[in-house]
Design a protein around this ligand. Structure first.
Ligand code: NAP
Ligand code: 3JN
Length: 340
C-alpha cells in the first residue's frame, strides 16, 4: 500500500472545488488530511468528505503548512497570489485557473495526452489544468494527430452554464421558473437572458474580435499537443444546458483518415468513448455525458469540401473531465511517480 497525503482544496465551496472533493473520494485518492479553504464569506461553513463534516478555513498565507498537494479553483487572481506561496511551503499545486497556463516554465497537462510534461513541475511547484473546452477536445484530437497529423481545427462550442459557476446554474433554473410562471425574468450573471437563448460570448472580448475563451482553446491546444503548427480557430457559445459541454469539431489532416479509420483509432483511445450509431439515434449528448468521466465522440463523418477532412461531435462533463477529474488524475500521477 502506498502512503497518503495532506491535500488542500482552495475554493472548496465552489462548483469545481466541491466536484474535486467528490472526485478525490470516488477515485479513492489516499487523503490523510483534507484542508478545505475558501473566503471569509464561508466562515462557519463545512464540507462533507469521507463521511465527515470538515470546517472550511479562510485562505491565508499560512494555510499550506505541511500540505503536499494543493488543488486550486478560486479564480485567477487567487492562484496568481497564493499558488507560489503554497509551492514555497512545499506543496505541489494543481491549478484550475488560467493564471499559469501559458507560462513556459509551468506544465499544462491532460494525462491522456502529455503526462510526461508533469515532470516540469519541479521548476516552480505548479501544474496548470487546462480550460474545460480545451481538455475534451485534445483528448480526441491527440490520437488522430498521432495517426494522421492534424493541420487545422475549426471548433464551435455549446457550453453548459455550470462552467460559469453555481450562480449561473441557479440563474438558468430561476429564469425558466419565472418564464413558466409569467413572472419578470431577472439576469445578473450573463448580459442577456440565457433561458431558451444562446450567447456567443464566453469570457471577455479581446482586441482581435475573439473572446478570451476562444483564444484559450487556440493557445492551450498547441501547448498541450506540443505542436505550434496546429492551426485552431474557435467560436465559443453559452447554451441553456446545466452540465456538460458539446463541441462541433472540424479537422484537416495531412494524411487521409476515413471515418472508419477515425472510429477505430478513437475506440481504443484512453478516456474516449465512441457513441456513433446514427441509424439508432445514438450520438453523444450532454444528458449522457454528465456525471461520468469519459469524453464521448460521435457523428464522425467526412468533410467533403476538402481532401483530408473530418467532422466530429465531442461531449464531456465540464466540471469532471473538464476540471476536477483532470486535476485529480494529475494528483494520482504525482502520487504514483513523484511524491512516493
Ligand atoms: P464558484 O462556484 O463561484 O466558486 C468560487 C470558489 O472560490 C468558492 O469556493 C469561493 O469561496 C472561492 N473564493 C473566491 N474568492 C476567494 C478568496 N478571496 N479567497 C479564497 N477563496 C475564494 O466558481 P467555480 O465555477 O467553482 O470556478 C472557480 C474557478 O475555477 C474559476 O474562477 C476558474 O479559474 C476555475 N475553473 C476552471 C475551469 C476549467 O475549465 N478547468 C472550469 C470552471 C472553473 P466562497 O464560497 O467563500 O466565496
Ligand atoms: O465558461 C466555462 O464554461 C469555463 C470557464 C472557465 C473559467 C471561468 C472563470 C475564470 C476560467 C478558466 O478555467 O479558464 C477562468 C480563468 O481562470 O480564467
Amino acid at each position: 500500500m502506498g502512503r497518503s497525503y495532506k491535500v488542500a482544496v482552495v475554493g472548496a465551496t465552489g462548483a469545481v472545488g466541491r466536484q474535486m472533493m467528490a472526485c478525490l473520494e470516488e477515485r479513492k485518492f489516499p487523503v490523510a488530511e483534507l484542508i478545505p479553504l475558501a473566503s471569509e464569506r464561508s466562515i462557519g461553513k463545512s464540507v462533507s468528505f469521507a463521511g465527515r463534516e470538515i470546517p472550511v478555513q479562510v485562505l491565508n498565507k499560512d494555510s499550506f503548512a505541511g500540505v503536499e498537494i494543493a488543488l486550486f479553483s478560486a479564480g485567477g487572481s487567487i492562484s496568481k497570489e497564493y499558488a507560489p506561496i503554497a509551492a514555497a511551503a512545499g506543496a505541489v499545486v494543481v491549478d484550475n485557473s488560467s493564471a499559469w497556463r501559458m507560462d513556459p516554465e509551468i506544465p499544462l497537462v491532460v494525462p491522456e495526452v502529455n503526462p510526461q510534461d508533469i515532470a516540469l513541475y519541479k521548476k516552480r511547484g505548479i501544474i496548470a489544468n487546462p480550460n474545460c473546452s480545451t481538455i475534451q477536445m485534445v483528448v480526441v484530437l491527440q490520437p488522430l494527430h498521432a495517426a494522421a497529423k492534424i493541420k487545422r481545427v475549426v471548433v464551435s462550442t455549446y457550453q453548459a452554464v455550470s462552467g460559469t459557476g453555481q450562480k449561473a446554474v441557479d440563474e438558468l433554473a430561476e429564469q425558466v421558473r419565472a418564464l413558466f410562471n409569467s413572472q419578470e425574468v431577472k439576469k445578473k450573471v450573463y448580459p442577456h437572458r440565457i433561458a431558451f437563448n444562446c450567447l456567443p460570448h464566453i469570457d471577455v472580448f479581446q482586441d482581435n474580435g475573439y473572446t478570451k475563451e476562444e483564444m484559450k482553446m487556440v493557445n492551450e491546444t498547441q501547448k498541450i499537443m506540443g505542436d505550434k503548427s496546429i492551426l485552431v480557430t474557435a467560436t465559443t457559445v453559452r447554451v441553456p444546458v446545466f452540465y456538460a459541454h458539446s463541441e462541433a469539431v472540424n479537422i484537416e489532416t495531412e494524411k487521409k483518415l476515413t471515418p472508419d479509420d477515425a472510429r477505430k483509432i478513437l475506440s481504443t483511445a484512453p478516456g474516449v468513448k465512441v457513441v456513433d450509431d446514427p441509424a439508432k439515434n445514438k450520438y453523444p449528448m450532454p444528458l449522457d455525458a454528465a456525471g461520468q468521466d469519459l469524453t464521448l465522440v460521435g457523428r464522425i463523418r467526412e468533410d467533403f469540401t476538402i481532401n483530408n477532412g473530418l467532422n466530429l461531435w465531442v461531449v464531456a462533463d465540464n466540471l469532471r473531465k473538464g476540471a476536477a477529474t483532470n486535476a485529480v488524475q494529475i494528483a494520482e500521477i504525482l502520487a504514483k511517480d513523484y511524491l512516493k
